[in-house]
Design a protein around this ligand. Structure first.
Ligand code: GTP
Ligand code: MG
Length: 469
């Protein structure tokens, strides 16, 4: 696959639509310089311009009318973003200005770019590999510092480097195995069983390490889902509000105030959290509440971290204790949890029984707070941060993290094939079959960087981009 045959020149707004100081329109393709030049009036023509130079001038439409004063920056192939000739037109950032300039470019012979088409061309021209192309989208969408850092690392080609090194090793091993097959009659051995085994084992280890980072990686990308759960009136909504520092959820002293789940995002020291407030758990009094509680249970099951909130100031009746006990039973070992003892401003009541029960959950931490006075809220934030990142196998700053589902599934297939190869090897199966499994692993790994790819994969990836990227 290559851009041979790409003859059209594309144009699109690269900055967000709307009003701003400046906007940038990107033009890329074999005719980029010539077509942009048709609207450009400056001291030199863009065709005379050297690569990586910027030129002030006017932009005029096909009817000769002035549109705006612009700066045109010329990047000649191959050292441009797309690997093709590129002109970036910086104009004033108005909806109408950008629209008129774009329309003129279309009139001059450019075609409107599709979603992700610039980045797709960069990939097809070998400027970046597929994992880097995807990192462009992830970087743009990064909402937390950690996620930005991880995407940037992929953009720098760190993941590709690891995958390529592994592929090279496996290619060599597979090559030797296949060579051996050609000389089977002579009984020659090139690969050496131990050597092959060694390479496969190393491959499995690396792939497993990468796979393990996915849970944390996904949390970094989408945010850590933290669910506030507990009996009615214990102060779940108050805690949500205290964490957000705003009056987001309705708080009253009527048990059963929260009906529907509420989700809000919160950034703690660069980590994105999705905090979910839920309806208090009890035998529901009406159908609305019943549905609310069903949603609470769904949220609890799918949480990354559960905050089990208890009212530390009062003792519970038998039914409440029974329900809490059931929740604790249901959750045992399923979800990581933190026990939050709320309302400490009221003094400690007789709720020891439940706190005792909650120990079955083997909570990562017990935090004492007052959502009313704010005492302990900072401690709760710190605990959230620590548990979510440091304790969940979270990674140092330098380790590579898998954040992309496509990469995860490709790695999982590679691991499966490597395991099959290992089994065949230990079972003494013919090298032919081992080579087939290794080839399958290589293909799966190659999908990550785009060394092996199909139009379907590419379309799927780039259709998720916005236009202009
Ligand atoms: N004294 C004191 N009162 C609190 C504290 N936190 C919450 N409350 C009060 O407890 C009552 C219930 O608070 P909510 O936040 O609505 O409780 P909830 O758990 O969301 O209740 P449901 O939505 O009914 O499940 C309200 O009157 C709050 O003002 C606290 O730390 N100290
Ligand atoms: Mg509530």
């Amino acid at each position: 696959m290559s851009t041979q045959g790409i003859t059209d020149t594309i144009a699109a707004l690269a900055t967000p639509p709307g009003e701003g100081g400046i906007a940038v329109i990107r033009v890329s393709g074999p005719e980029a310089v010539g077509l942009a030049d048709r609207g450009f009036r400056g001291k030199v023509t863009l065709q005379q311009a050297r690569s990586h130079t910027a030129h002030v001038g006017l932009f005029v439409g096909p009817g000769g009318e002035d549109m705006d004063q612009i700066v045109a920056t010329v990047f000649l192939k191959p050292t441009s973003y797309t690997g093709e000739d590129v002109v970036e037109i910086s104009c004033h950032g108005g909806m109408l200005v950008t629209r008129r300039i774009l329309e003129s470019l279309y009139a001059y012979g450019c075609r409107p770019a599709g979603p992700g088409e610039f980045t797709k061309r960069a990939f097809l021209n070998g400027r970046i590999d597929l994992s880097q192309a995807e990192a462009v989208a992830d970087l743009i969408h990064a909402r937390s510092e950690r996620s930005r850092r991880s995407s940037f690392q992929h953009l720098q080609g760190e993941l590709a480097k690891k995958i390529n090194a592994l592929r090279e090793n496996l290619v060599k091993t597979t090559g030797l195995l296949e060579l051996e097959l050609d000389f089977a009659e002579e009984g020659l051995e090139f690969a050496g069983k131990e050597n092959v085994k060694d390479h496969i084992l190393k491959g499995i280890e690396l792939v497993s390490q990468l796979l393990e980072t996915y849970h944390t990686g996904r949390m970094l990308r989408d945010g850590v889902k933290v669910v506030l759960a507990g009996m009615p009136n214990v102060g779940k909504s108050s805690i949500l509000n205290a964490l957000l520092k705003e009056d987001r959820a309705i708080v009253t002293d009527i048990p059963g105030t929260t009906r529907d789940t509420i989700e809000e995002s919160l950034n703690i020291r660069g980590v994105q959290f999705r905090i979910v407030d839920t309806a208090g758990l009890r035998e529901a009094v009406d159908r609305v509440e019943q549905e609310g509680i069903r949603r609470s249970q769904d949220a609890i099951r799918t949480s990354d971290l559960l905050l089990l909130v208890l009212d530390s100031s009062r003792s519970l009746d038998a039914e409440e204790i029974h329900l809490a006990g059931r929740l604790v039973e249901d959750l045992r070992g399923q979800v990581q949890s933190i026990v939050v003892l709320n309302k400490i401003d009221l003094g400690v009541g007789m709720n020891g029984h439940l706190a005792e029960k909650a120990k079955v959950l083997n909570p990562r931490a017990v935090v004492r707070i007052s959502a009313l006075t704010g005492e302990g809220i900072d401690d709760l934030r710190e605990t959230l941060f620590r548990e979510a990142i440091l304790e969940s196998g979270g990674h140092g700053e330098s380790g590579i993290t898998i954040t992309n589902a496509r990469h995860f599934h490709a790695l999982a297939r590679a691991k499966e094939s490597l395991n099959l190869a290992l089994k065949s090897l230990t079972d003494g199966v013919s090298g032919e079959f081992i080579a087939i499994d290794l080839r399958a692993a290589l293909d799966a790994l190659g999908e990550i960087t785009g060394a092996v790819t199909t139009d379907d994969i590419l379309n799927d990836i780039f259709s998720k981009f916005c236009i202009g990227k």
